[in-house]
Design a protein around this ligand. Sequence first.
Ligand SMILES: Cc1cc2nc3c(=O)[nH]c(=O)nc-3n(C[C@H](O)[C@H](O)[C@H](O)COP(=O)(O)OP(=O)(O)OC[C@H]3O[C@@H](n4cnc5c(N)ncnc54)[C@H](O)[C@@H]3O)c2cc1C
Length: 403
Amino acid sequence: MTAHEESPFRAEVAQWMAANLAGEFACLKHRGGPGDEDAFPELRKAWERRLAEGDWTGLGWPRAHGGRELPVMHQVIFHEEYARAGGPGRMGHIGEGLIGPTLIAFGTEDQKARLLPGIRNGTTFWCQGYSEPGAGSDLANVRTRAVCDAASGDWLVSGQKVWTSLAHDSDWIFVLARCEPGSRGSKGLIFLMLPLDQPGIEIRPIRQMGGGAEFNEVFFDGARAAAADVLGEPGDGWRIAMALLGFERGISTLGQQMQFTHELEWVAKAARDNGSSRDALVRQRIARAWAGLRVMRANALRMLAGAAQAGQDGEDVDMALQREALIYKYYWSNWHRDLGQLALDVLGPLANVLDAGDTRRTRLQQMALFSRADTIYAGTNEIQLNIIASRGLGMPREARGQS
Ligand SMILES: Cc1cc2nc3c(=O)[nH]c(=O)nc-3n(C[C@H](O)[C@H](O)[C@H](O)COP(=O)(O)OP(=O)(O)OC[C@H]3O[C@@H](n4cnc5c(N)ncnc54)[C@H](O)[C@@H]3O)c2cc1C
C-alpha cells in the first residue's frame, strides 16, 4: 500500500476517534491500559459496542464472519491512530484478538455462528484460562481435569486456574484441561469453552502491587462445558492452545508503540517540569528510550514485510508473523520495563508518594509497577531467550525433565 492510499484511511480513523471518544466516552481517554485495567469497565464495554457500530471490530476477520478482511497495514494504522487518540484499553481484546481468530481457524460452523457475533458486536467478553499453580512457562503441566458426562456428552471441569486477566468482567472463559487420565505433558489435553456464570465456578480477585485487581484465581468444581463447546478434538487441545498463542504474539500487539510514545512523552515532560532533565544521565536515558522506540518501529515494519511476503507466497501470514516476531516480545517488554524504572527515577522521592489528585504522576507510577509484569506474561524473558536460541539460532532445545 502506498502512503497515498494509506493516508485517507488514517484520516478516517482519526476523525472517527475524535468524533466518538467524546461526550460520555471522553473520560476514557488514555484509561484502561496496562496497570489500569480496572478503570470504567462498564463504560469500556459500552465503548466496545460503539466501536462495533462504527465497524472498527474484526478488522482482519473474514467477511463471512462479520469482519472487514482489511490488509495487515490497515490494521496497524487503525491500532496506531487508536492509541494516538488515547483510545482506552480494549475490553474485547481476548475475544477479538485471541479466541475469535482461533474459532475462525478451528471452530465448527455451529460454534462460529453462535460465538463470533457476540465478540464482533462487543456484547460478549472472554478470558483466558491457561495458567495454573505449577503450569505457567511449563504450560503442558496443566492438571485441571475434564471428565465427560456419559449421559449428556458435556464435560465437567474441576481444578484451578490463576492469573486469569479480566475473569471478573468476562462472560466466557476458554480452558486447557486434561481429559485423558494418566496422560502427561502436551498429550491428552482438551480445549473447552465455558460460560462463567454457572454453579461450580468461583472467581477470586488477586490484588496487584499497583493497587488494581486485574487478574484472578478461578476455581472449577464440576463446572459444565457443553459437548458442542469443545474446540478441536478431545486429546488435541495442545495444538489449538498453541495456535491461539500465535495470535497473541501477532498483529494485535503492534498498536502499543503509540501508547509507549505517549508514556515516553509523559516521562520527558515530568523530567522537564521537575528539572531532572538537567541531569546528563537522565537525558541520555530518555534519548536511548526514544531510539529504542525507533528500533521497535523498524522491527515491526520488518515483521509486517515478512508477513506481506508470506501472504504473496501463499504462506500462512500469522505463522510468518510468529517467526519474525521472535525478538519482538523480548525487545518491547524489556524496553518498557526500563521505561518504568526511568519514570520512577525521574519522579525521584515523589515516586513513593501516592496523590490521586496528580493524575500524571499516578499514571507513571501505575505504568512503572505494571511494567514489571511485561517480562512475565505472554512468555517470560527466559522462555523468550530459549525460543530465540533454539528456533532463531539453531541451538539445541533445552533438555526437559519429567514432571
Ligand atoms: C499481568 C499478567 C497477566 C496474565 N494474564 C493471564 C491470563 O489472562 N491467562 C493465563 O492463563 N495466564 C495469565 N498470566 C500468566 C502468565 O502466562 C504466566 O505468569 C507466565 O506464563 C509465567 O508462568 P509462571 O507465573 O507460572 O512462572 P514460572 O513458569 O513458574 O516461572 C518462574 C521463573 O522461572 C523461569 N523459568 C521457568 N521455566 C524456565 C526454563 N525452562 N528456563 C529458564 N527459566 C525458566 C521464568 O522465566 C520465571 O522467571 C498472566 C501473567 C501476568 C503477569
